[in-house]
Design a protein around this ligand. Structure first.
Ligand code: NAD
Ligand code: GDC
Length: 390
Protein backbone atom coordinates (compact mmCIF):
# COMPACT_ATOMS: atom_id res chain seq x y z
CA UNK A 1 0.00 0.00 0.00
CA UNK A 2 1.48 3.38 -0.99
CA UNK A 3 2.18 5.94 1.74
CA UNK A 4 2.24 8.83 -0.71
CA UNK A 5 -0.55 11.39 -0.28
CA UNK A 6 -3.32 11.99 2.26
CA UNK A 7 -5.47 9.52 4.20
CA UNK A 8 -8.84 11.14 3.42
CA UNK A 9 -11.14 9.04 5.60
CA UNK A 10 -8.83 7.29 8.03
CA UNK A 11 -8.86 4.11 5.91
CA UNK A 12 -5.09 3.85 5.95
CA UNK A 13 -4.96 4.27 2.15
CA UNK A 14 -2.78 7.18 1.09
CA UNK A 15 -2.20 6.75 -2.59
CA UNK A 16 -4.40 9.42 -4.12
CA UNK A 17 -2.27 12.22 -5.53
CA UNK A 18 -3.89 15.30 -4.00
CA UNK A 19 -3.49 18.63 -5.69
CA UNK A 20 -5.12 20.38 -2.76
CA UNK A 21 -6.07 18.65 0.46
CA UNK A 22 -8.72 21.24 1.29
CA UNK A 23 -10.52 21.64 -2.01
CA UNK A 24 -13.28 23.87 -0.60
CA UNK A 25 -10.90 26.48 0.73
CA UNK A 26 -8.85 26.40 -2.48
CA UNK A 27 -12.05 26.89 -4.49
CA UNK A 28 -13.17 29.88 -2.42
CA UNK A 29 -9.74 31.47 -2.67
CA UNK A 30 -9.84 31.17 -6.46
CA UNK A 31 -13.52 32.19 -6.96
CA UNK A 32 -14.08 35.38 -5.02
CA UNK A 33 -17.14 36.08 -7.22
CA UNK A 34 -18.82 32.88 -5.95
CA UNK A 35 -17.79 33.20 -2.30
CA UNK A 36 -20.45 33.85 0.38
CA UNK A 37 -20.33 37.17 2.28
CA UNK A 38 -17.37 37.59 4.66
CA UNK A 39 -17.78 35.52 7.80
CA UNK A 40 -20.35 33.18 6.18
CA UNK A 41 -19.59 29.60 5.18
CA UNK A 42 -20.32 28.13 1.78
CA UNK A 43 -23.72 26.50 2.37
CA UNK A 44 -24.10 23.13 0.70
CA UNK A 45 -27.02 20.72 0.42
CA UNK A 46 -26.31 17.02 -0.04
CA UNK A 47 -29.43 15.18 -1.24
CA UNK A 48 -29.11 11.50 -0.34
CA UNK A 49 -26.81 12.56 2.50
CA UNK A 50 -27.95 9.59 4.58
CA UNK A 51 -26.60 7.17 1.98
CA UNK A 52 -23.20 5.73 1.26
CA UNK A 53 -21.53 8.26 -1.07
CA UNK A 54 -23.63 11.24 0.07
CA UNK A 55 -22.62 10.87 3.71
CA UNK A 56 -18.93 10.69 2.80
CA UNK A 57 -19.18 13.79 0.60
CA UNK A 58 -21.09 15.64 3.32
CA UNK A 59 -18.52 14.66 5.95
CA UNK A 60 -15.65 15.78 3.75
CA UNK A 61 -17.28 19.13 2.90
CA UNK A 62 -17.93 19.75 6.60
CA UNK A 63 -14.28 19.00 7.39
CA UNK A 64 -13.29 21.44 4.66
CA UNK A 65 -15.24 24.29 6.32
CA UNK A 66 -18.61 24.25 4.49
CA UNK A 67 -21.99 24.49 6.23
CA UNK A 68 -23.61 21.18 5.28
CA UNK A 69 -27.32 20.40 5.06
CA UNK A 70 -27.95 16.68 4.44
CA UNK A 71 -31.34 15.38 3.34
CA UNK A 72 -32.56 11.82 3.01
CA UNK A 73 -35.63 9.76 3.78
CA UNK A 74 -33.53 7.53 5.98
CA UNK A 75 -30.81 8.21 8.53
CA UNK A 76 -27.30 6.98 7.97
CA UNK A 77 -26.88 3.47 9.36
CA UNK A 78 -23.34 3.94 10.59
CA UNK A 79 -22.94 7.60 11.64
CA UNK A 80 -24.91 10.03 13.74
CA UNK A 81 -26.00 13.17 11.78
CA UNK A 82 -23.58 15.45 13.69
CA UNK A 83 -20.67 13.34 12.46
CA UNK A 84 -21.24 14.35 8.84
CA UNK A 85 -23.50 17.42 8.67
CA UNK A 86 -24.72 20.51 10.49
CA UNK A 87 -28.40 19.83 9.70
CA UNK A 88 -30.08 16.56 8.78
CA UNK A 89 -33.58 16.58 7.28
CA UNK A 90 -35.57 13.38 7.04
CA UNK A 91 -37.45 14.32 3.86
CA UNK A 92 -38.83 12.60 0.78
CA UNK A 93 -36.96 14.28 -2.07
CA UNK A 94 -39.48 13.21 -4.72
CA UNK A 95 -41.51 16.20 -3.53
CA UNK A 96 -40.58 19.67 -4.86
CA UNK A 97 -41.62 21.47 -1.65
CA UNK A 98 -39.24 19.29 0.36
CA UNK A 99 -36.40 19.87 -2.10
CA UNK A 100 -36.98 23.61 -1.84
CA UNK A 101 -36.82 23.51 1.96
CA UNK A 102 -33.51 21.66 2.08
CA UNK A 103 -31.83 23.73 -0.64
CA UNK A 104 -32.97 27.07 0.81
CA UNK A 105 -30.01 29.49 0.86
CA UNK A 106 -27.58 26.85 -0.46
CA UNK A 107 -24.79 27.96 -2.76
CA UNK A 108 -24.08 24.42 -3.92
CA UNK A 109 -26.38 21.41 -4.28
CA UNK A 110 -25.14 17.83 -4.64
CA UNK A 111 -27.80 15.31 -5.67
CA UNK A 112 -26.77 11.84 -4.51
CA UNK A 113 -30.31 10.68 -3.71
CA UNK A 114 -31.61 7.74 -5.72
CA UNK A 115 -33.50 4.49 -5.27
CA UNK A 116 -30.59 2.35 -6.21
CA UNK A 117 -28.57 -0.84 -5.87
CA UNK A 118 -26.58 -3.43 -7.76
CA UNK A 119 -27.73 -5.98 -10.31
CA UNK A 120 -29.84 -7.75 -7.66
CA UNK A 121 -31.96 -4.60 -7.45
CA UNK A 122 -32.01 -2.47 -10.57
CA UNK A 123 -33.15 -5.14 -13.04
CA UNK A 124 -36.03 -6.35 -10.85
CA UNK A 125 -37.24 -2.90 -9.70
CA UNK A 126 -37.38 -0.93 -12.92
CA UNK A 127 -40.82 0.70 -12.68
CA UNK A 128 -40.51 1.88 -9.09
CA UNK A 129 -36.97 3.19 -9.44
CA UNK A 130 -37.83 4.94 -12.72
CA UNK A 131 -40.63 6.81 -10.99
CA UNK A 132 -38.73 7.58 -7.79
CA UNK A 133 -35.47 8.67 -9.38
CA UNK A 134 -37.10 10.77 -12.08
CA UNK A 135 -39.04 12.67 -9.43
CA UNK A 136 -35.96 13.19 -7.22
CA UNK A 137 -33.68 14.29 -10.05
CA UNK A 138 -36.13 16.77 -11.57
CA UNK A 139 -37.26 18.26 -8.28
CA UNK A 140 -33.79 18.65 -6.74
CA UNK A 141 -32.65 20.43 -9.90
CA UNK A 142 -35.66 22.73 -10.05
CA UNK A 143 -35.41 23.50 -6.32
CA UNK A 144 -31.74 24.45 -6.78
CA UNK A 145 -32.76 26.82 -9.58
CA UNK A 146 -35.62 28.38 -7.63
CA UNK A 147 -33.34 28.93 -4.64
CA UNK A 148 -30.63 30.54 -6.74
CA UNK A 149 -27.92 27.91 -6.15
CA UNK A 150 -24.74 28.61 -8.08
CA UNK A 151 -23.60 25.02 -8.70
CA UNK A 152 -25.35 21.66 -9.01
CA UNK A 153 -23.69 18.24 -8.92
CA UNK A 154 -25.46 15.22 -10.41
CA UNK A 155 -24.34 11.67 -9.64
CA UNK A 156 -24.82 9.78 -12.88
CA UNK A 157 -23.56 6.31 -13.72
CA UNK A 158 -21.61 4.14 -16.12
CA UNK A 159 -24.98 2.47 -16.76
CA UNK A 160 -25.77 5.31 -19.22
CA UNK A 161 -23.47 3.79 -21.85
CA UNK A 162 -24.74 2.03 -24.96
CA UNK A 163 -25.08 -1.68 -24.22
CA UNK A 164 -23.91 -2.64 -27.72
CA UNK A 165 -20.45 -1.39 -26.69
CA UNK A 166 -20.42 -3.61 -23.58
CA UNK A 167 -20.92 -7.09 -25.01
CA UNK A 168 -17.26 -8.06 -25.00
CA UNK A 169 -15.52 -8.72 -21.64
CA UNK A 170 -12.37 -7.17 -23.18
CA UNK A 171 -13.86 -3.70 -22.96
CA UNK A 172 -11.21 -1.17 -24.00
CA UNK A 173 -12.84 1.61 -21.98
CA UNK A 174 -15.99 3.68 -22.40
CA UNK A 175 -15.28 7.25 -23.42
CA UNK A 176 -17.80 9.95 -22.59
CA UNK A 177 -19.13 10.36 -26.13
CA UNK A 178 -20.18 6.68 -26.23
CA UNK A 179 -23.40 7.32 -24.30
CA UNK A 180 -24.88 8.52 -27.60
CA UNK A 181 -26.60 7.17 -29.66
CA UNK A 182 -28.39 6.04 -26.52
CA UNK A 183 -29.16 2.42 -25.74
CA UNK A 184 -28.60 1.90 -22.00
CA UNK A 185 -28.89 -1.66 -20.79
CA UNK A 186 -31.74 -0.94 -18.34
CA UNK A 187 -34.26 1.68 -17.17
CA UNK A 188 -31.89 2.92 -14.47
CA UNK A 189 -29.30 3.91 -17.09
CA UNK A 190 -31.93 5.58 -19.26
CA UNK A 191 -33.38 7.57 -16.38
CA UNK A 192 -29.87 8.72 -15.40
CA UNK A 193 -29.06 9.74 -18.97
CA UNK A 194 -32.24 11.80 -19.23
CA UNK A 195 -31.54 13.45 -15.87
CA UNK A 196 -28.05 14.33 -17.13
CA UNK A 197 -29.59 15.99 -20.18
CA UNK A 198 -32.08 17.91 -18.10
CA UNK A 199 -29.33 19.21 -15.82
CA UNK A 200 -27.22 20.21 -18.85
CA UNK A 201 -30.22 22.05 -20.35
CA UNK A 202 -30.67 23.97 -17.07
CA UNK A 203 -27.00 24.95 -17.23
CA UNK A 204 -27.56 26.35 -20.72
CA UNK A 205 -30.71 28.25 -19.91
CA UNK A 206 -30.11 29.46 -16.33
CA UNK A 207 -27.21 30.81 -14.25
CA UNK A 208 -26.56 27.40 -12.68
CA UNK A 209 -23.24 25.61 -13.22
CA UNK A 210 -23.88 21.89 -13.61
CA UNK A 211 -21.31 19.16 -12.98
CA UNK A 212 -22.05 15.52 -13.88
CA UNK A 213 -20.01 12.51 -12.77
CA UNK A 214 -20.60 9.07 -14.29
CA UNK A 215 -19.59 6.85 -11.39
CA UNK A 216 -18.18 3.41 -12.11
CA UNK A 217 -19.14 0.90 -9.38
CA UNK A 218 -18.17 2.57 -6.08
CA UNK A 219 -17.36 0.55 -2.95
CA UNK A 220 -15.90 0.90 0.53
CA UNK A 221 -16.71 0.78 4.25
CA UNK A 222 -20.23 1.94 5.20
CA UNK A 223 -21.67 0.86 1.83
CA UNK A 224 -24.68 -1.47 1.60
CA UNK A 225 -23.36 -5.01 2.08
CA UNK A 226 -26.46 -7.23 2.50
CA UNK A 227 -30.16 -7.39 1.68
CA UNK A 228 -29.93 -7.57 -2.13
CA UNK A 229 -29.11 -3.96 -3.05
CA UNK A 230 -25.37 -4.44 -2.54
CA UNK A 231 -23.07 -4.38 -5.57
CA UNK A 232 -20.55 -7.05 -6.30
CA UNK A 233 -17.60 -5.69 -4.24
CA UNK A 234 -19.58 -5.78 -0.99
CA UNK A 235 -21.30 -9.05 -1.95
CA UNK A 236 -17.92 -10.69 -2.56
CA UNK A 237 -16.45 -9.33 0.69
CA UNK A 238 -19.44 -10.73 2.58
CA UNK A 239 -19.13 -14.09 0.82
CA UNK A 240 -15.39 -14.14 1.47
CA UNK A 241 -16.13 -13.82 5.19
CA UNK A 242 -19.02 -16.30 5.29
CA UNK A 243 -18.28 -19.02 2.71
CA UNK A 244 -16.48 -22.15 3.85
CA UNK A 245 -16.71 -24.73 1.06
CA UNK A 246 -17.38 -22.90 -2.20
CA UNK A 247 -17.78 -19.32 -3.44
CA UNK A 248 -20.88 -18.35 -5.45
CA UNK A 249 -20.55 -16.05 -8.47
CA UNK A 250 -23.53 -15.00 -10.62
CA UNK A 251 -22.98 -15.95 -14.28
CA UNK A 252 -19.92 -17.59 -15.79
CA UNK A 253 -17.71 -15.03 -14.04
CA UNK A 254 -16.15 -13.84 -17.30
CA UNK A 255 -18.01 -10.52 -17.17
CA UNK A 256 -15.68 -7.59 -16.39
CA UNK A 257 -15.97 -4.32 -14.45
CA UNK A 258 -13.76 -1.60 -12.98
CA UNK A 259 -14.31 -0.43 -9.40
CA UNK A 260 -13.64 2.83 -7.53
CA UNK A 261 -12.83 3.04 -3.83
CA UNK A 262 -14.91 5.59 -1.92
CA UNK A 263 -11.97 7.92 -1.14
CA UNK A 264 -11.32 8.43 -4.85
CA UNK A 265 -15.05 8.99 -5.42
CA UNK A 266 -15.28 11.70 -2.75
CA UNK A 267 -12.16 13.46 -3.89
CA UNK A 268 -13.11 13.31 -7.59
CA UNK A 269 -16.70 14.45 -6.99
CA UNK A 270 -15.64 17.55 -5.04
CA UNK A 271 -12.83 18.26 -7.49
CA UNK A 272 -15.32 18.09 -10.40
CA UNK A 273 -17.85 20.30 -8.61
CA UNK A 274 -15.20 22.99 -8.14
CA UNK A 275 -13.83 22.65 -11.68
CA UNK A 276 -14.75 24.45 -14.90
CA UNK A 277 -15.81 21.20 -16.57
CA UNK A 278 -19.40 21.48 -17.78
CA UNK A 279 -19.64 18.12 -19.59
CA UNK A 280 -20.34 14.69 -18.04
CA UNK A 281 -17.14 12.95 -16.92
CA UNK A 282 -16.33 9.34 -16.15
CA UNK A 283 -15.38 8.92 -12.49
CA UNK A 284 -13.94 5.46 -12.07
CA UNK A 285 -10.72 3.52 -12.29
CA UNK A 286 -9.51 1.79 -15.44
CA UNK A 287 -8.32 -1.30 -13.54
CA UNK A 288 -10.64 -3.86 -15.15
CA UNK A 289 -11.09 -7.34 -13.69
CA UNK A 290 -13.34 -10.32 -14.44
CA UNK A 291 -15.70 -11.58 -11.74
CA UNK A 292 -13.94 -14.94 -11.23
CA UNK A 293 -10.61 -13.15 -10.64
CA UNK A 294 -12.39 -10.59 -8.47
CA UNK A 295 -13.86 -13.42 -6.36
CA UNK A 296 -10.36 -14.82 -5.82
CA UNK A 297 -9.06 -11.38 -4.87
CA UNK A 298 -11.88 -11.00 -2.31
CA UNK A 299 -11.19 -14.46 -0.87
CA UNK A 300 -7.50 -13.53 -0.62
CA UNK A 301 -8.32 -10.74 1.83
CA UNK A 302 -9.52 -13.45 4.26
CA UNK A 303 -6.74 -15.92 3.39
CA UNK A 304 -9.14 -18.24 1.52
CA UNK A 305 -9.01 -19.93 -1.89
CA UNK A 306 -12.31 -21.82 -2.28
CA UNK A 307 -13.59 -23.34 -5.52
CA UNK A 308 -15.84 -20.96 -7.45
CA UNK A 309 -19.43 -22.06 -8.11
CA UNK A 310 -20.96 -20.17 -11.04
CA UNK A 311 -24.72 -19.84 -10.48
CA UNK A 312 -27.57 -18.12 -12.38
CA UNK A 313 -28.19 -14.48 -11.47
CA UNK A 314 -28.80 -11.04 -12.96
CA UNK A 315 -25.75 -10.19 -15.06
CA UNK A 316 -25.99 -6.74 -16.60
CA UNK A 317 -23.43 -6.02 -19.32
CA UNK A 318 -20.59 -8.40 -20.19
CA UNK A 319 -17.72 -5.88 -20.17
CA UNK A 320 -17.36 -2.39 -18.68
CA UNK A 321 -14.35 -0.19 -18.08
CA UNK A 322 -13.73 3.52 -17.68
CA UNK A 323 -11.74 5.46 -20.27
CA UNK A 324 -9.98 8.12 -18.19
CA UNK A 325 -8.54 10.23 -21.00
CA UNK A 326 -11.10 13.01 -20.49
CA UNK A 327 -10.90 13.25 -16.71
CA UNK A 328 -7.11 13.49 -16.86
CA UNK A 329 -7.42 16.25 -19.43
CA UNK A 330 -10.12 18.19 -17.56
CA UNK A 331 -9.10 17.67 -13.93
CA UNK A 332 -5.42 16.70 -14.24
CA UNK A 333 -6.28 13.76 -11.99
CA UNK A 334 -7.92 10.33 -12.09
CA UNK A 335 -8.92 7.75 -9.46
CA UNK A 336 -5.96 5.54 -8.64
CA UNK A 337 -6.60 3.47 -5.50
CA UNK A 338 -6.02 -0.17 -6.41
CA UNK A 339 -8.74 -2.81 -6.12
CA UNK A 340 -6.42 -4.83 -3.90
CA UNK A 341 -5.97 -2.02 -1.36
CA UNK A 342 -9.61 -0.93 -1.46
CA UNK A 343 -10.98 -4.46 -1.15
CA UNK A 344 -8.76 -5.27 1.83
CA UNK A 345 -10.13 -2.28 3.74
CA UNK A 346 -13.72 -3.06 2.67
CA UNK A 347 -13.55 -6.76 3.51
CA UNK A 348 -12.03 -5.96 6.92
CA UNK A 349 -14.93 -3.60 7.61
CA UNK A 350 -17.58 -6.14 6.49
CA UNK A 351 -15.87 -8.78 8.62
CA UNK A 352 -16.30 -6.41 11.60
CA UNK A 353 -19.98 -5.86 10.75
CA UNK A 354 -20.60 -9.60 10.71
CA UNK A 355 -18.76 -10.00 14.01
CA UNK A 356 -20.85 -7.24 15.58
CA UNK A 357 -24.06 -8.91 14.42
CA UNK A 358 -22.89 -12.23 15.80
CA UNK A 359 -22.25 -10.61 19.18
CA UNK A 360 -25.84 -9.37 19.45
CA UNK A 361 -27.94 -12.08 17.77
CA UNK A 362 -27.73 -15.69 16.73
CA UNK A 363 -26.44 -15.70 13.20
CA UNK A 364 -26.96 -17.94 10.20
CA UNK A 365 -23.63 -17.30 8.44
CA UNK A 366 -24.59 -19.56 5.52
CA UNK A 367 -27.10 -16.96 4.28
CA UNK A 368 -24.22 -14.54 3.77
CA UNK A 369 -22.57 -16.94 1.32
CA UNK A 370 -25.32 -16.30 -1.20
CA UNK A 371 -26.86 -13.14 -2.76
CA UNK A 372 -30.52 -12.18 -2.93
CA UNK A 373 -32.55 -10.59 -5.70
CA UNK A 374 -34.88 -7.84 -4.43
CA UNK A 375 -38.52 -8.31 -5.44
CA UNK A 376 -40.25 -5.09 -6.51
CA UNK A 377 -42.75 -3.60 -4.04
CA UNK A 378 -44.95 -0.53 -4.47
CA UNK A 379 -44.85 0.73 -0.88
CA UNK A 380 -42.80 3.82 -1.77
CA UNK A 381 -45.23 4.71 -4.55
CA UNK A 382 -48.27 4.08 -2.37
CA UNK A 383 -46.74 6.28 0.37
CA UNK A 384 -46.76 9.29 -1.97
CA UNK A 385 -50.42 9.91 -1.24
CA UNK A 386 -50.08 9.57 2.48
CA UNK A 387 -47.02 11.08 4.10
CA UNK A 388 -44.50 12.43 1.66
CA UNK A 389 -44.84 16.18 2.16
CA UNK A 390 -43.10 16.73 5.49
P1 NAD B 1 -27.20 4.82 -1.48
O1 NAD B 1 -28.41 3.99 -1.70
O2 NAD B 1 -26.32 4.48 -0.34
O3 NAD B 1 -27.62 6.36 -1.33
C1 NAD B 1 -28.73 6.91 -1.96
C2 NAD B 1 -29.56 7.59 -0.88
O4 NAD B 1 -30.72 8.19 -1.48
C3 NAD B 1 -30.09 6.60 0.18
O5 NAD B 1 -29.66 6.96 1.47
C4 NAD B 1 -31.59 6.70 0.04
O6 NAD B 1 -32.30 6.57 1.28
C5 NAD B 1 -31.76 8.08 -0.55
N1 NAD B 1 -33.05 8.22 -1.19
C6 NAD B 1 -33.64 7.39 -2.08
N2 NAD B 1 -34.85 7.85 -2.39
C7 NAD B 1 -35.05 8.97 -1.66
C8 NAD B 1 -36.14 9.89 -1.54
N3 NAD B 1 -37.28 9.73 -2.24
N4 NAD B 1 -35.99 10.94 -0.71
C9 NAD B 1 -34.86 11.11 0.01
N5 NAD B 1 -33.81 10.28 -0.06
C10 NAD B 1 -33.91 9.22 -0.90
O7 NAD B 1 -26.40 4.82 -2.86
P2 NAD B 1 -24.97 5.42 -3.20
O8 NAD B 1 -24.11 4.29 -3.61
O9 NAD B 1 -24.52 6.33 -2.13
O10 NAD B 1 -25.33 6.26 -4.52
C11 NAD B 1 -25.37 7.68 -4.51
C12 NAD B 1 -25.66 8.17 -5.92
O11 NAD B 1 -24.61 7.74 -6.80
C13 NAD B 1 -26.96 7.68 -6.54
O12 NAD B 1 -27.52 8.69 -7.33
C14 NAD B 1 -26.52 6.54 -7.44
O13 NAD B 1 -27.41 6.32 -8.50
C15 NAD B 1 -25.18 7.07 -7.92
N6 NAD B 1 -24.27 5.98 -8.33
C16 NAD B 1 -23.73 5.15 -7.43
C17 NAD B 1 -22.88 4.13 -7.85
C18 NAD B 1 -22.26 3.16 -6.89
O14 NAD B 1 -21.55 2.27 -7.36
N7 NAD B 1 -22.47 3.30 -5.59
C19 NAD B 1 -22.59 4.00 -9.21
C20 NAD B 1 -23.17 4.86 -10.12
C21 NAD B 1 -24.00 5.89 -9.67
O1 GDC C 1 -24.25 -5.57 -8.95
P1 GDC C 1 -23.04 -5.19 -9.74
O2 GDC C 1 -21.89 -4.71 -8.97
O3 GDC C 1 -23.53 -4.10 -10.78
O4 GDC C 1 -22.63 -6.47 -10.58
C1 GDC C 1 -21.43 -6.55 -11.33
C2 GDC C 1 -21.30 -7.94 -11.92
O5 GDC C 1 -21.03 -8.86 -10.85
C3 GDC C 1 -22.58 -8.44 -12.60
O6 GDC C 1 -22.27 -9.08 -13.80
C4 GDC C 1 -23.15 -9.44 -11.61
O7 GDC C 1 -23.89 -10.49 -12.21
C5 GDC C 1 -21.84 -10.00 -11.03
N1 GDC C 1 -22.03 -10.70 -9.75
C6 GDC C 1 -21.60 -11.95 -9.46
N2 GDC C 1 -21.98 -12.32 -8.23
C7 GDC C 1 -23.25 -11.03 -6.43
O8 GDC C 1 -23.26 -11.87 -5.54
C8 GDC C 1 -22.64 -11.25 -7.69
N3 GDC C 1 -23.82 -9.81 -6.25
C9 GDC C 1 -23.81 -8.83 -7.21
N4 GDC C 1 -24.39 -7.65 -6.94
N5 GDC C 1 -23.26 -9.04 -8.43
C10 GDC C 1 -22.67 -10.22 -8.66
C11 GDC C 1 -23.76 -1.28 -11.41
C12 GDC C 1 -25.14 -0.84 -11.05
C13 GDC C 1 -25.00 0.27 -10.09
C14 GDC C 1 -24.11 1.38 -10.66
C15 GDC C 1 -22.84 0.84 -11.30
C16 GDC C 1 -22.08 1.81 -12.15
O9 GDC C 1 -23.86 -2.29 -12.34
O10 GDC C 1 -25.84 -1.91 -10.47
O11 GDC C 1 -26.24 0.75 -9.68
O12 GDC C 1 -24.82 2.26 -11.48
O13 GDC C 1 -23.07 -0.26 -12.09
O14 GDC C 1 -20.90 1.24 -12.58
P2 GDC C 1 -22.98 -3.57 -12.20
O15 GDC C 1 -21.54 -3.24 -12.13
O16 GDC C 1 -23.41 -4.49 -13.28
Amino acid sequence: MSTNGVDLNGHGIKNTPYLSENQSQAFLAAHADEAPPAGKKLKVCVGGGGGFIGSYIAKRLMAEGCYVVAADWKENEFMKPQEFCHEFHNFDLRILENCKKVTDGCHHVYNLAADMGGMGFILSNQSVLLYNNTMISFNMLEAARQNGAKRFFYSSTACVYNEDLQKDPENPGLAEHMAWPAKPQDGYGLEKLYAEEMALAYAQDFPLKVRVARYHNVYGPRGTWKGGREKVPAAFCRKACASETEFEVWGDGKQTRSFMFIDDCVHGSIKLMYSDCGIPLNLGTDEMIDMNAFAKLAMGTRGKDLPIKNVPGPLGVMGRNSDNTMIKEKLGWAPSISIKDGMQVTCDWIHDQIQQEAATASQDLAKYGTSEVVVQKTDTLDALDRKSVV
